[in-house]
Design a protein around this ligand. Structure first.
Ligand code: GDP
Ligand code: MG
Length: 710
């Protein structure tokens, strides 16, 4: 063995020991299921905080924004870290409201496992279904915690059924509750066959006791069902189970495999508010959720000189051994008194204070001035961030959400980026005075950097500032932040639908640019072709090096992208099309990047106008949960809003009360102020969520009125 191999082995041992004891986890759920309440307990039992904060009193550690305290909801995902039984946890608490879905999306991108919290009285709720699907997209292993077992109407077994029905996954309870509602006293650990009771008020002490006579039969019955389900999902365990020679360790190992493969989901229960169950939830994270070594082969993209991406598989340990750093920026935040902070997950290598790093997406070198670990809004400075860890860096100016940090001296790798949903509503805003305008733009720029689903632009014709986002609440919070966090006085208009534009046929556009700029002739000639596609916007460079040298292509791409922001019909951005750069000319003496950018911009506008553009509108998938007595009212109202009703079903039945679920597709323009309407239609006995479903061509008869807006 060479010395190098020896050293690697030693280093490996250290690395392995650290990584198998690391958990990067998140907590997700429908709004109000108890994410923040549970997180407070976790921080308290792991001695990160010394007093349990309360969401209801606005003192939760993780909901630190003033807007979060006031609305009682989580808006930004907050990061923290702690130790539990000598395991190191990074934890991200995410919002439940769909308007802030980007926070869920970006957290999922960098987490290894998640805890899904369900309200024991409500079962799986619509937003839980949404985050479950998001987690599917990122292949994240998860466990379920049925919270609020103390609440009126809590029913563990109904909650289990709702997991099967709404999340379409096999559930495997590894606990059952002892009593429920105000009789809820503790849990039974089905694996180790113990009753667990929390014995002091803050829930910091708990005891394991033998199963009592009265609970024995039910416990053994459900334990047998648990074992059968595990056997069904795990071949090795099946053999041992049939031969009756399995150990407790075999159960743990099989459950871990099943969780990592996502063949079934482990379910625990408790009441975070009453301080029952939380420690066992942390144990389950250690026992079943993955560590960073469990998924060491990842997919990424290799970028060649023409900026074309090729999908590759990489082994992060190989990268690490070659001292190659790979990290993903998943969030940018401007913190008071600190400045611009980039949140990063390090996949291999390390990030060090004072070191230079390269951003593969922006093609720039940057310097990290400080490395930070964050605990909600408190900050600790550390010297480095190593493979498998999550933290933040100061000093990176160009790095933004979704960017990869990698050493690209020999090959440039970009990690899979973060899915950013389109904004669907906008409103015009105005600063109080011209003098304030500059301050306003600075604030908008920062807010947009922090939140990629928030965008702003200036309407070329009216000169108004347009801000756009995911929903009414999203824009409300943004305006509130402008006023309070940035001390601005602003006026705003009514929120309106953000339409999109697209094309319906193939077409061509060309533009020759030739102009004296600062006493120098600048020329460029570009021919483009546009054509409709199903999804997204794609730009392909198909022109030969002799016609247009590769060095001008980035400027051409920029020109095209800028032209696509303002569509020809009503100035909305263009989607679902591809642009091919097919021909052109350059002059070795007079062609410049600027000239190519302008030529591409103009050629794109011409091509799109030639391609029979149409206006598209966002259609929302709306889910309404409503007591049966108000069902008729809600349906009638939906019909008057041009809704397409997809499904009416029974959602839940509590003794004689039937609760229905309505699933419908409704144009967003019909949904403004819907929460107020729904409240008055049902005396507050209904809830709804909506998310973007698709874009549909705007009907000709309403097209005119829309175009009239501009
Ligand atoms: P989040 O929106 O998922 O972060 O939920 P919160 O933690 O903000 O909790 C929403 C509400 O449910 C608050 O009023 C909590 O006090 C309450 N809550 C949280 N956990 C429990 C629980 O275990 N039992 C009961 N009865 N209420 C709870
Ligand atoms: Mg919360």
């Amino acid at each position: 063995m060479t010395i190098k191999e020896d050293i690697n082995k030693l280093r490996d041992k250290e690395l392995f020991n650290r990584l198998v004891k690391t958990r990067n986890i998140g907590i997700v759920a429908h709004i109000d299921a108890g994410k923040t309440t549970t997180t407070e307990r976790i921080l308290y039992y792991t001695r990160r905080i010394y007093k349990i904060g309360s969401v209801d009193e606005g003192t939760a550690t993780m909901d630190y924004m003033i807007q979060e305290k006031e609305h009682g909801i989580t808006i930004t995902s907050a990061a923290t870290f702690f130790y539990w039984k000598d395991y190191f946890f990074n934890l991200i608490d995410t919002p439940g409201h769909v308007d802030f879905t980007i926070e869920v999306e970006r957290s999922m991108r960098v987490l290894d496992g998640i805890i899904v919290i369900i309200d024991a009285a409500n079962g799986v709720q619509p937003q839980t279904e949404t985050v479950w699907r998001q987690a599917d997209k990122y292949n994240i292993p998860r466990i379920v915690y049925v919270n609020k077992m103390d609440k009126l109407g809590a029913n563990f077994y109904n909650a289990l059924e709702s997991i099967k029905e709404r999340l379409l996954v096999k559930y495997i309870p590894i606990q059952i509750p002892i009593g429920s509602e105000n009789e809820f006293k503790g849990v039974i650990d089905l694996i180790n066959l113990k009753e667990v009771y929390w014995v002091n008020e803050d829930g910091s002490s708990y005891e394991f006791r033998d199963i009592s006579e009265q609970n024995l039969e039910q416990t053994m019955n459900i334990r047998n069902l648990m074992l059968e389900t595990i056997a069904e999902l795990h071949d090795d365990f099946m053999i041992k189970y049939l031969e009756d020679r399995y150990t407790i360790d075999d159960i743990y190992n099989a459950l871990r495999d099943i969780t990592l493969r996502r063949d079934g989901v482990i379910v625990l229960c408790g009441s975070s508010l009453k301080n029952i169950g939380v420690q066992l939830l942390l144990d389950a994270v250690i026992d079943f959720l993955p560590n960073p070594l469990d998924f060491i082969n990842i997919e990424a993209f290799r970028v060649n000189k023409d900026l074309q991406e090729e999908k590759i598989k990489i082994n992060l340990l190989d990268y690490h051994h070659n001292s190659k750093t790979l990290a993903l920026c998943f969030k940018v935040s401007y913190l008071p008194n600190v400045g611009r902070v980039c949140f990063l997950r390090v996949y291999s290598g390390k990030l060090e204070e004072g070191s230079a790093v390269k951003n593969a997406n922006k093609d720039v070198s940057e310097r990290i001035t400080k490395i930070l670990k964050l605990h909600a809004n408190y900050i600790e400075s550390i010297s480095k961030l190593e493979m498998g860890d999550i933290g933040a860096a100061l000093g990176l100016k160009k790095t933004s959400t979704g960017d990869t940090i990698c050493d690209f001296s020999d090959e440039k790798i970009v990690l899979e980026s973060i899915n950013i949903p389109p904004s669907v509503i906008f409103t015009a805003i105005e600063a109080e005075s011209k003098a304030e305008e500059e301050k306003l733009f600075k604030a908008l720029e920062r807010l947009a950097e922090e939140d990629p689903t928030f965008r702003y632009k200036i309407n070329e014709e009216s000169g108004q500032i347009i801000i756009s986002g995911m929903g009414e609440l999203h824009l409300e919070i943004i305006k509130d932040r402008l006023i309070r966090d940035y001390n601005l006085k602003i006026y705003s208009g009514k929120p309106q639908v953000e339409y999109k534009e697209t094309i319906t046929t193939k077409a061509q556009g060309e533009y020759r640019f030739s102009k004296q700029i600062s006493n120098k002739l600048q020329t460029a000639y570009v021919i483009l072709q546009v054509q409709p596609i199903e999804n997204g916007v794609k730009i392909y460079d198909e022109v030969s090096e002799e016609k247009i040298p590769k060095k001008f292509i980035p400027s051409i791409r920029e020109g095209i992208s800028e032209a696509l922001v303002v569509g020809p019909l009503a100035g909305y951005s263009c989607i679902n099309l591809k642009v091919r750069i097919i021909d052109g000319e350059f002059d070795p003496n007079f062609s410049t990047n600027l000239a190519f950018k302008v030529a591409a911009y103009e050629a794109t506008k011409i091509a799109i106008s030639n391609a029979n553009p149409i206006l598209l509108e966002p259609v929302m998938k709306v889910e309404i949960i409503v007591n049966e007595e108000y069902l008729g009212n809600v349906i009638n109202d939906l019909n008057s809003r041009n809704a397409e009703i997809l499904e009416i079903s029974i959602y839940q039945q509590i003794s004689t009360i039937v609760i229905n679920k309505i699933l419908a597709l409704v144009p967003l323009r019909e949904m403004f102020g819907y929460s107020t309407t729904l409240r008055s239609l049902t005396q507050g006995r209904a809830t709804f969520t909506m998310e973007l479903h698709s874009y549909k061509k705007v009907h000709d008869n309403i097209l005119k009125s829309i175009l009239g807006i501009f």
